[in-house]
Ligand binder design. Structure first.
Ligand SMILES: Cc1cc2nc3c(=O)[nH]c(=O)nc-3n(C[C@H](O)[C@H](O)[C@H](O)COP(=O)(O)OP(=O)(O)OC[C@H]3O[C@@H](n4cnc5c(N)ncnc54)[C@H](O)[C@@H]3O)c2cc1C
Length: 399
């Protein structure tokens, strides 16, 4: 049975409206208690939210039909994930939070046979996963610096290395580990799928990040001669960098969608405050300095939404959209950050307190300009495409 969105079935806007209503009634009321813990979202809370989303037919809308999802297209995801992002708990309920959503996408495209059953199926059922690329002193903005190595040992590999910033490692059912395939310095990396119970995987600790907005924390993980069978390589050996791109292009956009929702939430809180609070004989929003900040928020939100929708349209039409998703990621991560910053400013002292979620979102959104490629590496790649060769056909202005 094809449950994908069609003109005859519920359309994306209606679905997004239902998600927004769910977030308002189910997720937002649970935020204060969660934020008061100062910790990552617990799995108890996550499963509770997933149960509520399932009951309302909103769970896993983006997941493959084969595992009970509705496989909505990228443009529909843009609306639905933005609606989910209105609360930081929304993506947990729909199971479209990072890193699981990116891993679901990657496995759906690359995993075959046994791997789909053993890894993608439980992931679609609501279990969690993690993605291990970044290393102390190794892979980060430059994945080519990967130091973790998978040394062949008969039909097995022994994986050794250090990883950090591994989102969701605590409580994850399995990991996708990026490691050089062989001891040679220039050995191309592979992706290895392995259960987090595998001997040798040691979660050394949770990192003290600016804000907790995920389940399972951001962890330091040591890999001590982790034995995996060669059949645990995801897809083809030596293709990890290519698969990382397959994962990243849409994952960047889905991050944009969720953060757009969070920025919109901050803007709504600021608008509401600016409409009621009176200073110097007028409502806050009637002072041009505040009114213009609201206007700039509207502009950033609108342009971000259009940019995401356009890039999603390219993906839906079958394009890889890497260059476009890179530009959109830079723009939206910075525009959404501006919106959150202005909203906080409009709230005055209230903005830095826990009376509203704005301060939490302000701390959380900062990392988005760093993960999925820091703004600078995207600009660097975009600039290389923009700069013509010296002997290009463009007219030389000085001739
Ligand atoms: C909250 C959070 C969650 C994360 N989750 C995960 C995860 O689940 N799994 C995982 O593997 N990793 C994860 N990461 C890691 C993330 O992918 C890296 O932080 C990111 O790739 C940058 O790498 P780095 O921190 O090593 O910075 P570096 O590579 O050391 O770069 C530092 C800075 O240098 C600048 N820079 C780098 N290259 C260039 C260039 N070419 N031109 C100009 N400037 C440049 C940028 O400003 C960059 O921020 C997460 C990070 C954070 C903050």
């Amino acid at each position: 049975m094809n449950l994908a969105i069609t003109p005859e079935s519920e359309d994306a806007a209606a679905l997004a409206a239902r998600v927004r209503d769910f977030v308002t009634k189910v997720c937002i009321p649970r935020e204060d208690a969660w934020r008061a813990t100062g910790k990552a979202v617990s799995d108890d809370l996550r499963w509770e939210l997933i149960g509520e989303a399932r009951a309302q037919g909103l769970y896993g809308l983006h997941l493959p039909l084969e595992f009970g999802g509705r496989d909505i297209d990228h443009r529909s995801r843009a609306q639905v994930f933005e609606a989910a992002g209105y609360s930081l708990l929304g993506p947990m309920a729909l199971h479209c939070a990072a890193p699981d959503e990116g891993n679901q996408h990657l496995l759906n495209l690359v995993a075959e046979g046994e791997h789909r059953e053993a890894y993608l199926k439980p992931l679609c059922e609501g279990h969690r996963s993690c993605f291990m690329m970044t290393e102390p002193g190794g892979a980060g903005a430059d994945p080519g610096l990967l130091k973790t190595v998978a040394v062949p040992d008969g039909d097995d590999y022994l994986i050794s290395g250090r990883k950090w910033y591994i989102t969701g490692a605590l409580g994850a059912r399995f990991a996708i580990i990026m490691a050089r395939d062989g001891a040679a310095e220039d050995a191309p990396p592979s992706m290895f799928l392995t259960s987090m119970d595998t001997p040798g995987i040691e979660i050394v600790g949770e990192m003290d990040v600016m804000a907790h907005d995920s389940a399972g924390g951001h962890c330091v993980v040591h890999l001590n001669r982790v034995r995996v069978h060669r059949s645990q390589i995801l897809g083809e050996p030596g293709q990890a960098l290519r698969y990382a791109q397959v994962r990243l292009a849409p994952a960047r956009l889905t991050h944009c969608m969720r953060w757009l929702g969070a920025a919109e939430r901050c803007h709504d809180i600021a608008r509401s405050h600016a409409a009621r609070r009176r200073v110097f004989g007028a409502r806050l929003g009637e002072h041009q300095g505040v009114g213009f900040q609201l206007a700039d928020n509207e502009i950033d939100l609108y342009v971000s939404r259009q940019a995401i929708a356009h890039a999603c349209g390219l993906l839906d039409a079958g394009a890889k959209g890497r260059h476009e998703s890179s530009m959109v990621k830079v723009f939206v991560s910075e525009a959404a950050s501006r919106v959150v910053d202005r909203s906080l400013q409009i709230l005055g002292g209230l903005g830095v307190t826990g009376y509203t979620p704005v301060e939490h979102i302000y701390r959380s959104i900062r990392a988005f300009r760093i993960y999925d490629g820091p703004s600078e590496t995207h600009r660097w790649a975009i600039s290389r495409r923009a700069l013509p060769a010296e002997d290009s056909a463009l007219p030389a202005l000085t001739d």
